[in-house]
Design a protein around this ligand. Structure first.
Ligand SMILES: Cc1ncc(COP(=O)(O)O)c(C=O)c1O
Ligand SMILES: N[C@H](C=O)CCC(=O)O
Length: 426
């Protein structure tokens, strides 16, 4: 038994499922998780000293790769001044100014501690600002684990068989309406059924928690139009896409305006951070300016702000990162498709920017129902084969692969060799 297995045996006695976030338990791939000791550039190392090329990248924050010196040094400097003050600091102003400069259509930012908190607060703000209760989300999109959004959710909730969680009162869930991603008519039906009652439509502009599914041409534009007509606010949940698809996120990439935008992951540089953002008029509805209450003991934490500010500043000063990571992901996706053609494996590969996913199904994946049709047992075997060959993928089908600036040609080629060998052995 390796050290990871030994640790896991101890972990399950004191942590539910042995982990602090369900997907990490590797249940969807039928094995004990690797316990990680360190990470650097494109690599992670486990307790047994095994080294892997990492495409989880902490689920997205590590766009520059692990342990980037610019971020590490910013954190080291910040730590010397103290860990938390519960008072405003200069870096909170600097990062908010930078975000409003880089992201279209946002004038103000409220920092929180996770993507979940960001989305939960944005929905509260949408309800407070519109005076309406109902919200529309999309089946298979994941927006964190707040009560009103744990309905037909994606990611690990889907992989673990609990897309709608126990413990969420029916009285809350009745306000969450579910539409189909890439299907505007399903949204129109809900808007017509509940006229004047929808506070917001919340969407992952690229669905990345059912595997990666690109928005169909006109889908996001259609949502914008439906929101304008119905008075609902459009929320782009950019916890994954923010500062990843482009410096200005999905709004810039697709040229579609959202009313509220949520961020997480990249804006914290690896520290626990989230943010919700929008126009001054909307954001000044938030306490202490307005009646929508939201607060946080550790919000805007100085160390987290230092990490996020360093990462966003680096990205602003090196915008070529976006071309690099998108080109690498495209190269990988094309190579994977070629390997699929050579081996005859029933796999399709979706890719956009630096996000990609293989689905174990022979037909195109453009909707949730297609993604759900993927053979998860085959994915599990693929995952195991890749791990044995030194490549760490998301331990569940309904997740994304993240490519970082640190992934070099040698790692990409090694990954494709592993893909070929693994697919051939399936
Ligand atoms: C699109 C999206 N929104 C929200 C969240 C929730 O973020 P967090 O896990 O930081 O709470 C996640 C990831 O977990 C996500 O992918
Ligand atoms: N898909 C999730 C975030 O994007 C995975 C992270 C988690 O749930 O721990």
């Amino acid at each position: 038994m390796g050290r990871s297995e030994e640790l896991f045996e101890q972990a399950v006695k004191v942590l539910p499922g042995g982990v602090n976030s369900p997907v990490r338990a590797y249940r969807a791939v039928g094995m004990a998780p690797r316990f990680i000791t360190k990470a650097d550039g494109p690599f992670i190392w486990d307790e047994d000293g095994e080294k892997y090329i990492d495409y989880v990248c902490s689920w997205g924050p590590m766009i520059l790769g692990h342990n980037h010196p610019v971020i590490r040094e910013a954190v080291e400097r910040a730590v010397k001044d103290g860990l938390s003050f519960g008072a405003p600091t200069r870096r909170e102003v600097e990062i908010a100014r930078l975000m409003t400069e880089l992201v279209p259509n946002i004038e103000m930012v409220r920092m929180v501690n996770s993507g979940t908190e960001a989305v939960m607060s944005a929905v509260r703000l949408a309800r407070g600002a519109t005076g309406r209760d109902k919200i529309i989300k999309f089946e298979g999109c994941y927006h964190g684990h707040s009560d009103c959004l744990l309905v037909n959710a994606g990611s690990s909730a889907l992989a673990g068989g609990h897309p709608s969680s126990a413990g969420v009162p029916e009285d809350i869930v009745k306000h969450t309406l579910t539409a189909q991603f890439n299907d505007l008519s399903s949204v129109e039906e809900l808007l017509n059924a509940w006229p004047g009652q929808i506070a917001c439509i919340i969407v992952e502009p690229v669905a990345a928690n059912m595997g990666v599914v690109n928005p169909a041409p006109g889908f996001l534009e259609g949502l914008r139009k439906l929101c304008d007509e119905s008075g609902a606010l459009l929320i782009f949940d950019e916890v994954i896409t923010g500062f990843r698809l482009a410096l200005g996120g999905a709004q810039e990439y697709f040229g579609v305006r959202a009313d509220l935008v949520t961020f997480g992951k990249i804006i914290g540089g690896g520290m626990p951070v989230g943010a919700y953002c929008g126009s001054r008029a909307l954001m000044e509805q938030v306490a202490p300016c307005g009646p929508v209450y939201q607060a946080g003991t550790l919000s805007g934490n100085p160390v987290a702000m230092a990490a996020g500010l360093a990462q966003l500043t680096y990205l602003k000063e090196h915008p070529q990162v976006y071309d690099h990571i998108a080109a690498k992901a495209k190269w990988l996706a094309e190579g994977m498709r070629q390997a699929v053609a050579e081996t005859g494996a029933p796999v399709v590969v979706n890719q956009i920017g630096s996000l990609l996913s293989p689905f174990f199904t022979p037909t195109a994946v453009t909707r949730f129902v297609d993604a759900k049709g993927s053979d998860v047992t085959m994915y599990a075997r693929y995952f195991q084969g890749m791990l044995e060959r030194g490549v760490a993928l998301a331990p569940a089908q309904f997740e994304a692969m993240f490519v970082s600036e640190a992934h070099g040609q040698a790692q990409l080629e090694a990954t494709l060799m592993a893909v070929r060998a693994t697919l051939a052995a399936l």
